[in-house]
Design a binder for this molecule. Structure first.
Ligand code: HEC
Ligand code: HEC
Ligand code: HEC
Ligand code: HEC
Ligand code: HEC
Ligand code: HEC
Ligand code: HEC
Ligand code: HEC
Ligand code: HEC
Ligand code: HEC
Length: 312
């Protein structure tokens, strides 16, 4: 529980009148949240831990699956099971067991609780390892919850498997899903690579939640040959690989956003070649085949003494 959450709970206890004893299904999100906060402040944890929950919940196989998950293990003093057990995530039992009258903290898309409240429970234990980039991440700001990605009552959280990750990410990111299935792409669709080779789902201090300090350093981490330094550098290459490439995929070869000559003509006039005579397809080195690359083949930079126009 974060200090902020605790403060808000105390605050609401005194300021907002609290609705009592209505079955929680009929409560509005605000009423539910305020009841749960009150329960938290009262802190009436059960004396028997998980046993008191399992009296009623043990027939639910999904509930029981927690014991085959990391959180169900007793191997660390930080584990929920070594402390308040089920209640370390679902909040104190209070009068929940008396005819099911008081709500428990619930998670997921069905839960009426705000994403901040849900996440604050997880961050209560994971602030130090995951809190860093999280608070300023787009995922947090756009109300994505920890459990939008993580399943807790299971032995196999899809977020933690390589094959599961790409499916998980592309279930929300439809544009990137479409890109990844295009003719030219990183080997994502075969599961040889995943979104998290480049991105940190928990946010980072970098542009677009990238794993490294910039777009180019991310690319260099695997494409070291493009880092240079080159005797003759091509400015857009050293500045931003994505001025020509879409890292997620493209209909063009080599993940190119456009094909030459259009690719080049975003920035270059095509009239810089004094001796250019014809542009008929088939006989024009400017328009056919690899177009501009027929001659300017060292497009990422050249170390040739005469490579200033990237042709050697
Ligand atoms: C006396 C029986 C009883 C006990 C004991 C009990 N519960 Fe429940 N619980 C219920 C009933 C009934 C429901 C509502 C129906 C359902 O979702 O299964 C419920 C629902 C829940 C829900 C879903 C809440 C929601 O909003 O959908 C959670 C989470 C939960 N219980 C956790 C716990 C935990 C944790 C404990 C132990 C600290 C516990 N329960 C103890 C009977 C009980
Ligand atoms: C680490 C946090 C955590 C712990 C510990 C935990 N739960 Fe949960 N529980 C969740 C989350 C998150 C969900 C939402 C479903 C999911 O992500 O798997 C959930 C869902 C539930 C539900 C609703 C299940 C349904 O069928 O919709 C019940 C009931 C429940 N938990 C009871 C328990 C009981 C009983 C224990 C202890 C044996 C327990 N939980 C321990 C986090 C936790
Ligand atoms: C009471 C403390 C506690 C709470 C609350 C808690 N966790 Fe954990 N969690 C742990 C511990 C301890 C581990 C074991 C690994 C470690 O030391 O970080 C763990 C591991 C994990 C892992 C890695 C699992 C694996 O198999 O490697 C994920 C993912 C995770 N927690 C997510 C969550 C989410 C999401 C929530 C909120 C629904 C949550 N945790 C709530 C203590 C907690
Ligand atoms: C957008 C999806 C997504 C969201 C949202 C998300 N996670 Fe994760 N999480 C992942 C993926 C993917 C991994 C596995 C790769 C990694 O370690 O980054 C992971 C790994 C973890 C681990 C295990 C880390 C390790 O090093 O073994 C913990 C703990 C964890 N997440 C906690 C959280 C908490 C707490 C939240 C909410 C504040 C959260 N996650 C939100 C996708 C997500
Ligand atoms: C539950 C839906 C959901 C899931 C699952 C999800 N995201 Fe997102 N993601 C969002 C939303 C909403 C945004 C906000 C901007 C947007 O709509 O693209 C976002 C933004 C991003 C951004 C842009 C960040 C920025 O700083 O601009 C990246 C990168 C990203 N997600 C990567 C991932 C990865 C990697 C995964 C899988 C581990 C993932 N997402 C899973 C919903 C999701
Ligand atoms: C090879 C590295 C790489 C991989 C793999 C990758 N991305 Fe990206 N992603 C980037 C870079 C670089 C950017 C920023 C430049 C851009 O938008 O093209 C970005 C941007 C994004 C954005 C923000 C887009 C926007 O318009 O703001 C989202 C969302 C995103 N990626 C999601 C994903 C998802 C989902 C996957 C997996 C299917 C994925 N990425 C795989 C490198 C990668
Ligand atoms: C985690 C490693 C990794 C990172 C990071 C990475 N790549 Fe790649 N890249 C690969 C792999 C693997 C291939 C496929 C190589 C093959 O098929 O021989 C590839 C292929 C490519 C290709 C050629 C695609 C084709 O159709 O042949 C381009 C272009 C490319 N990457 C650009 C980038 C850019 C731009 C970035 C940074 C945004 C980047 N890569 C980041 C691993 C990576
Ligand atoms: C000015 C546009 C442009 C920029 C910027 C650019 N590339 Fe390329 N890239 C190309 C073109 C064009 C090709 C196809 C080359 C060919 O057909 O000979 C290519 C091909 C590639 C390939 C596959 C073929 C090979 O040479 O290995 C990789 C990998 C690649 N680029 C990575 C990068 C990386 C990493 C960056 C950033 C450091 C980057 N590119 C910046 C235009 C660009
Ligand atoms: C995002 C903009 C951009 C794109 C796209 C781009 N370039 Fe460049 N290019 C530049 C800049 C900026 C310079 C440096 C110009 C200078 O120093 O006067 C440059 C320099 C050059 C030079 C050396 C010219 C000189 O005056 O030193 C050649 C040749 C060249 N580019 C060819 C290409 C080709 C071929 C393509 C397409 C494959 C391409 N460029 C795509 C921006 C771009
Ligand atoms: C037939 C070979 C050939 C083709 C095809 C070609 N170039 Fe060139 N380009 C050259 C040579 C040789 C030079 C250096 C001599 C000169 O300045 O005329 C040059 C110079 C340049 C320069 C530097 C010009 C300057 O003003 O200093 C740029 C920019 C350039 N080319 C871009 C392009 C673009 C964009 C395309 C595709 C539309 C292209 N080139 C196609 C051979 C070619």
């Amino acid at each position: 529980m974060t200090i902020l959450f605790r403060f808000i709970m105390i605050f609401t206890l005194f300021v907002i009148p609290i609705a009592h004893a209505s079955p929680w299904n009929d409560l509005s999100a605000e009423q539910l949240e305020s009841q749960l906060k009150t329960k938290f402040v009262e802190g009436k944890y059960s004396s028997k831990g998980a046993d008191s929950c399992l009296m009623c919940h043990k027939k639910d196989t999904k509930v029981m699956a927690i014991f085959s998950s990391t959180h169900g293990l007793l191997d660390s003093s930080k584990s929920p099971m070594a402390g308040l057990q089920c209640e370390s995530c679902h909040g104190p039992l209070g009068k929940h067991n008396r005819g099911g009258k008081e709500p428990m903290i619930s998670f997921g898309s069905e839960s009426k609780l705000s994403s901040d409240s849900q996440n604050s429970i997880c961050l209560g234990c994971h602030e130090s390892d995951k809190g860093n980039g999280w608070h300023s991440s787009m995922h947090n700001l756009e109300q994505v919850t920890c459990v939008s990605c993580h399943e807790i009552h299971t032995s196999s959280d899809p977020a933690l498997s390589l094959e599961g990750t790409n499916d998980l990410c592309s279930s929300c990111h439809l544009q990137e899903k479409a890109d990844m299935n295009m003719r030219s792409s990183h080997p994502l669709k075969w599961g040889d690579m995943s979104c998290i080779d480049c991105h940190d789902p928990h946010g980072s201090n970098n542009e677009k939640s990238l794993n490294t300090t910039s777009i180019n350093t991310t690319c260099y981490s695997c494409h070291a040959d493009k880092r240079g330094p080159f005797l003759w550098e091509h400015a857009p290459v050293t500045e931003d690989c994505t001025s020509c490439h879409n890292p997620h995929g493209s209909v063009n070869d080599n993940l190119l956003k456009q094909r030459a000559p259009l690719l080049c003509q975003q920035c270059h006039m095509d009239d810089g070649h004094a001796s250019r005579i014809t542009n008929k397809p088939g006989i024009d080195a400017f328009g056919s085949g690899r177009s501009c690359l027929n001659c300017h083949s060292q497009i990422h930079g050249s170390n040739h003494p005469a490579g200033s126009n990237f042709s050697h």
